[in-house]
Ligand binder design. Structure first.
Ligand SMILES: Nc1ncnc2c1ncn2[C@@H]1O[C@H](COP(=O)(O)OP(=O)(O)O)[C@@H](O)[C@H]1O
Ligand SMILES: N[C@@H](CC(=O)OP(=O)(O)O)C(=O)O
Length: 568
């Protein structure tokens, strides 16, 4: 109910109501107030500052309140309307979706094609801008100050953004000062001959800062009121792990407060930089790891308690394998958060590895859609799904992996061997990908994209601690093939996978079934891996015979169980 405020013009009453000369009341209380003072009231509905103010006599006050409340759109009602219309979903558009002016225009049309939604928009940097910024930074380290302005990638970035504002017919000043600052930064890096992780993060932040400013300006130009936000200014607080910041809990209330406050004060579509945050100790710009805009989107989804998180890509959803490895990959219509997280963690570039966490915590469905083909249904990711007919969901390949075989120098029965090995990894701050163990030996894989393992791989001395208790063998050039699916059917998956690989003459070097029960990982030689994915895909997704095997229960000897005819 909208609050009505009644101010009495009668001095006597005013005196007796000194502490409450403006009385917030509901219409049912008006009668009581009117009885006390039969003289003039100044009646206002809403927040008191609205234009809906009337002088009425006390005797007809009650009726007037009701009439005014019904006939007028009061400030309070408007406020409620604004509140009700506030955000319904978050829509994240990746670099491929906003690569050019034309694409930005199409994304704007796409957003407007959903008038029932009140979205929060998250954008990545345009096209390959992040890669170009990183390359420019690396070149600046060694090119000399006088050559910094000539770095090819800087020219590409300038040209792309200036062309985009020109084609979208918006004021170039939204990008020019940023492009000048970027050039200055590259000169600074050239002068220092150093690119720290902190500076790298600041450098790549220009990509998202530019794309969101352009897009917000374009929406405003076409009459859609939009407001640009830098995530690091609105409460995205992270650890100070530059290039790989972890979002801290304080982010959720801070972001919600800022976005809701602004919306209530002056509604506008928020256009937020993906990928960026602010280190909680340093206060410097951080990034959430490559592909981190997905995580920005799911964080906003959880912070605002939205109905849906949409991530718009350049593919028809999450596919049965990476389409760049095997082009007959097909969309997976449904996934659980666990499956999606495993898939992302094991290298499916389509989603950021951490991005499922906020969605799972907030139980908010994530929809993966294609901005180039919006009609395609995409993939919907939820907490649970019907797995009865599922054997395999997707095949994921992680390349350039290093494998460690560690065998105890002591014999069987040695207590605490595994504990010792893992405490050494803990000291070295090493987290491992895939592990297979026995009492006296273990094999594990290390991901070279993580700094620690790169150091470990380069500096054999890091292995010295391990070599005190075990024989260690390090093998580079391996790949992890992850079979994501229903591990309830693990025997069927393994039987088929091993048959396929045996037919191809491939030796599996290690195998591990994840505790999450959605993933079986096989380690093979890197140079054989793509061929394996293709062969596995053909067998699991193109042969069409798996579902039959699911319906037919099998006897111990492998033959199908006969069904018995029962006559009534
Ligand atoms: N299982 C998979 N399903 C879909 N896409 C995948 C998969 N594995 C790898 N990819 C790659 O991920 C790309 C989409 O992710 P990404 O480049 O991060 O998109 P964006 O930049 O638009 O967010 C696809 O073009 C595809 O090459
Ligand atoms: N621009 C950043 C963040 C990101 O998420 O990009 P994309 O959505 O295009 O994967 C990157 O390239 O890593």
């Amino acid at each position: 109910m909208a609050a009505a405020r009644v101010r009495c013009h009668c001095n006597a009453l005013f005196t007796s109501h000194r502490n409450s000369s403006t009385l917030p009341i509901s219409p049912t209380r008006v009668g009581f107030t009117a009885l006390k003072c039969p003289r003039k009231f100044l009646l206002s509905i809403g927040d008191g500052s609205s234009s809906c103010t009337r002088n009425v006599s006390g005797s007809c006050l009650k009726g007037t309140v009701r009439a005014v409340m019904e006939e007028e759109k009061t400030g309070a009602i408007k406020e409620r309307e604004v509140e009700e219309k506030r955000f319904t979903c978050v829509m994240k558009f990746g670099g491929s979706s906003v690569a050019t002016a034309e694409r930005m225009g199409e994304v704007a049309d796409l957003i407007l094609a959903f008038p029932e939604e009140s979205p929060v928009i998250v954008l990545s940097a345009m096209g390959k801008t992040t890669n170009n910024l990183l390359l420019a930074g690396e070149k600046a380290v060694s090119c000399g100050v006088s050559n910094a302005s000539e770095i090819e990638e800087l020219s590409v970035i300038k040209e792309l953004h200036l062309r985009t504002v020109k084609e979208l017919k918006i004021d170039p000043s939204v990008v020019t000062s940023f492009l000048e600052e970027l050039e200055q930064l590259l000169k600074g890096i050239a002068m220092m001959k150093e690119l720290t992780l902190r500076t790298r993060d600041y450098l790549v932040s220009f990509g998202e800062c530019l794309s969101t400013r352009i897009f917000a300006a374009y929406l405003n130009k076409i009459g859609v009121k939009a407001r640009q936000y830098d995530a690091f200014e609105i409460g995205f607080i992270t650890t100070d792990d530059f290039t790989n910041g972890d979002i801290l809990e304080a982010t959720y209330p801070a972001v919600a407060k800022r976005l809701y406050d602004d919306w209530m004060h002056d509604p506008a579509v928020p256009i937020i930089t993906g990928f960026l945050g602010k280190g909680w100790k340093t206060g410097a710009v951080t990034t959430l790891g490559r592909g981190g805009s997905d995580l920005t989107a799911t964080t906003i989804g959880k912070a605002l308690g939205l109905q849906e998180i949409q991530v718009w890509k350049d593919v028809d959803g999450v596919l049965t394998c990476d389409p760049t490895i095997y082009k007959r990959a097909t969309p997976v219509p449904f996934l659980t958060f666990d499956e999606a997280a495993e898939l992302a963690y094991f290298g499916a570039q389509v989603l950021h590895p951490q991005s499922m966490r906020p969605a799972r915590e907030g139980e908010i469905p994530v929809r993966v859609k294609n901005s180039y083909n919006p009609k395609a249904p995409g993939t919907i990711i939820t907490k649970t799904r019907d797995m009865t007919k599922t054997v395999l969901t997707s095949i994921v390949l992680k390349r350039n992996v290093t494998m460690l075989d560690i065998a105890s120098t002591r014999m069987l029965g040695q207590v605490g061997f595994l504990a010792k090995v893992f405490s050494i990894f803990e000291d070295l701050e090493i987290s491992v990908d895939v592990v297979a163990t026995s009492e006296v030996s273990l094999s594990l894989t290390l991901d070279p994209s993580k700094l620690w393992s790169r150091e470990l791989i380069q500096q054999a001395s890091s292995l010295e601690e391990l070599e005190k208790i075990a024989v260690v063998n390090l093998s580079k050039g391996r790949a992890i093939i992850s079979l994501i699916g229903n591990v309830q059917h693990s025997s069927l998956i393994l039987e088929r996978a091993f048959h396929v690989l045996w037919t191809k003459g491939i030796n599996v070097q290690m195998i591990s079934q994840g505790a999450s029960k959605v993933n079986i990982s096989l380690i093979v030689n890197d140079d054989e891996a793509e061929g394996c994915v293709e062969a596995l895909h053909k067998s699991f997704f193109e042969s069409g015979d798996l579902s039959e095997l699911l319906i037919q229960p099998r006897l111990g000897n492998g033959s199908p169980v006969r069904t018995m005819q029962v006559d009534n």
